[in-house]
Design a protein around this ligand. Structure first.
Ligand code: ASP
Length: 590
């Protein structure tokens, strides 16, 4: 037997037992002739003591040990001397008196400390990911991830879902990103596409009558690596038949609550999860993924300033734009320089400027103590604005006048920035909410056409189907997003299940029938063989685990992530390939 116990197992009740442990040297301390080793494995740490009076030879061997050596130790468990117990360690009441020691493998000095949670350059961590994964933080994160995934599997199996694997080599399944392509050797000049999601396949599984499907599915999207995106990531992919959106949302809501309650100590802000319409989310928070852990809601003052002498405001409203503001509570003391900084901040999100008004305490109530625009407004207009933003003396009111998209984006971002500055965001709270009633289509300025707001297969609201002919921009879709602390963590929809409507949607977004048949003919054909009404959703596992773990990006919860530039720094992928490989694949490099 290699070992009798793990390094996290021994307790005071094991006193006197003869044991064998194996693991890594976490730390070595020489102390008054004794050598102490913290021996580590996945389960924990156990203190080993080597005493020169037991065996001088073994004591010398212990002296040669360095961090990360892999060793096997046999010895007797004993209570630590009184006062030397370590309550922070599960095994902290005992130690093992080393009687024999085998070095199973030596180790070079690691490029960074494994036994400390020190800050290490991420490129170095990724280059030596197998060492980084030894560190406590990563072990904790991967365990949490495992628990969450196991929880999902058990929960869904209990609710009669079955897990079905779908191919990785497939045909384009568009989710709005670029495909990863795999050249076919057998079919010269032809390519497989890696799935951006199993979307079509899970719908086909519904057509096949399986009713409740899920999969822990890898998805591949060749996107620019902004923020915490990864070229491949994992979704809980799920689809159900004979359901409406409440059924899908109900399963996911219960699953999320169950995960949080069983696998974390975190607190949920509200159960059941609040539901916001897309419009409400945009009006109040400027975003369709609102962080509802704090207030600072946006206010629309367009109607108050529509006739004002301040042309930046009235002109914007006259040309179809809006003027919105936010009350930066208590920040009236901000200097011009600090306000300029906030202005620079909103400019990054497309705003042309940031108008401000500091609320002062006058004899007859609040007034504009300092402002970039109040002198152009009537007293009624100023009062109206202060009232609309619930301004009190000492508040700083900030405004953006622009197209609705720009004003909302800039102020929505500013809101989160202010929430952070004002310390309003509690990191121990999980604020889930649903966003529903999305527009069915979004206008693509660049290409001058409609794009699906979710994806090609999402159904429009029944009552909005006539709008597809008259005012497509007004139609709402049967889409729902789950948002957690300002992050979209799941998106799904009830699907189109009739060929005619599907073809109409293809047509609306400018997919020629020929091209649609070429790309999705199998779906259109399948629709004609008895398709049940169905819908589903796909929570992003990386992102959810990241938020539960309190980590800043998804790379911290993925064992072997790619770097920001989509490379694997450890193995060095992507790499060159041989001439022969290219030849086999009928490829010539330019
Ligand atoms: N396939 C969709 C996505 O990846 C999710 C869904 O509609 O179920 O976002």
């Amino acid at each position: 037997m290699f070992r009798t116990h793990t390094c996290g197992q021994l307790r005071a009740k094991d006193n006197g037992q003869q044991v064998t442990l194996a693991g890594w040297v976490h730390r070595r301390r020489d102390h008054g002739g004794l050598i102490f080793i913290d021996l580590r494995d996945r389960w924990g740490l156990t203190q080993i003591v080597f005493d020169p009076s037991t065996s001088a030879e073994m004591h010398d061997a212990a002296h040669a040990l360095r961090n990360e050596y892999v060793i096997q130790v046999t010895g007797r468990v004993r209570h630590r001397p009184a006062g030397q117990e370590n309550p922070k360690l599960d095994t902290g009441d005992i130690e093992v008196e080393g009687q024999s020691l085998t070095i199973l493998n030596e180790a070079k000095t690691p490029p960074f400390d494994i036994n400390k949670d020190s800050t290490v350059d991420e490129a170095l961590r990724l280059r030596y990911r197998y060492l980084d994964l030894r560190r406590e933080r990563m072990q904790r994160n991967l365990m949490l991830r495992h628990n969450v995934v196991m929880h999902i599997r058990n929960f869904l199996a209990n609710e009669d879902f079955i897990e079905v694997e779908t191919p990785i080599l497939f045909k384009t399944t568009p989710e709005g990103a670029r495909d990863y392509l795999v050249p076919s050797r057998v079919h010269p000049g032809k390519f497989y596409a890696l799935p951006q999601s199993p979307q079509q396949l899970k719908q086909l599984i519904m057509i096949a009558g399986y009713d409740r499907y899920f999969q822990i599915a890898r998805c591949f999207r060749d996107e620019d690596q902004r923020g915490d995106r990864q070229p491949e990531f994992t979704q809980l992919d799920l689809e159900m038949s004979f359901v409406d959106r409440d059924d899908v949302m109900d399963v996911i809501e219960r699953l999320m609550i169950s995960i949080v309650e069983n696998d974390t100590d975190l607190h949920m802000q509200a159960k059941p999860f609040p539901r916001l319409s897309y419009q409400e989310a945009m009006d109040r928070y400027g975003r369709d993924n609102p962080d509802i852990r704090f207030g600072l809601e946006l206010a629309d003052i367009s109607q108050i300033v529509v006739n004002s002498q301040f042309k930046v405001f009235s002109g914007t409203v006259a040309s179809g734009g809006i003027v919105k503001g936010i009350n930066a509570k208590g920040l009236g003391h901000y200097s011009r320089k600090q306000i300029d900084e906030l202005t620079e901040f909103v400019k990054e999100f497309g705003a042309k400027g940031l108008a401000y008004l500091v609320v002062g305490q006058g004899e007859n109530g609040s007034f504009a103590e300092r402002s970039s625009f109040a002198k152009f407004l009537s007293p009624d207009e100023v009062d109206g604005i202060i009232a609309e933003l619930e301004g009190e003396p000492g508040d700083l009111l900030l405004f953006v006048a622009d197209k609705p998209g720009v004003a909302n984006e800039a102020l929505g971002r500013l809101r989160v920035e202010l929430g952070r500055r004002l310390g309003l965001i509690d990191d121990n709270v999980l604020a889930f909410c649903w966003v529903i009633d999305f527009p069915f289509l979004v206008w693509n300025e660049e290409e001058n056409r409609w794009d699906p707001s979710h994806h090609l297969f999402t159904a429009p609201m029944d009552e909005d189907i006539p709008l597809l002919d008259s005012e497509p921009g007004q139609a709402r879709g049967k889409q729902y997003d789950l948002v957690l602390n300002g992050n979209e963590v799941a998106g799904g929809s009830i699907r189109i299940h009739e060929r005619k409507l599907q073809e109409k949607v293809f047509d609306l977004i400018g997919l020629e029938l020929e091209e649609a048949r070429e790309r999705f003919g199998h779906m259109l054909e399948a629709f004609e063989y008895g398709t049940p009404p169905h819908g589903g959703i796909a929570p992003g596992i990386d992102r959810i685990v990241m938020l539960l773990a309190g980590e800043p990006n998804i790379r911290e919860v993925i064992a072997f992530p790619k770097s920001q530039s989509a490379t694997d720094l450890m193995a060095g992928a992507p790499t060159d390939v041989t001439e022969q490989q290219l030849k086999d694949l009928h490829i010539k490099l330019r």
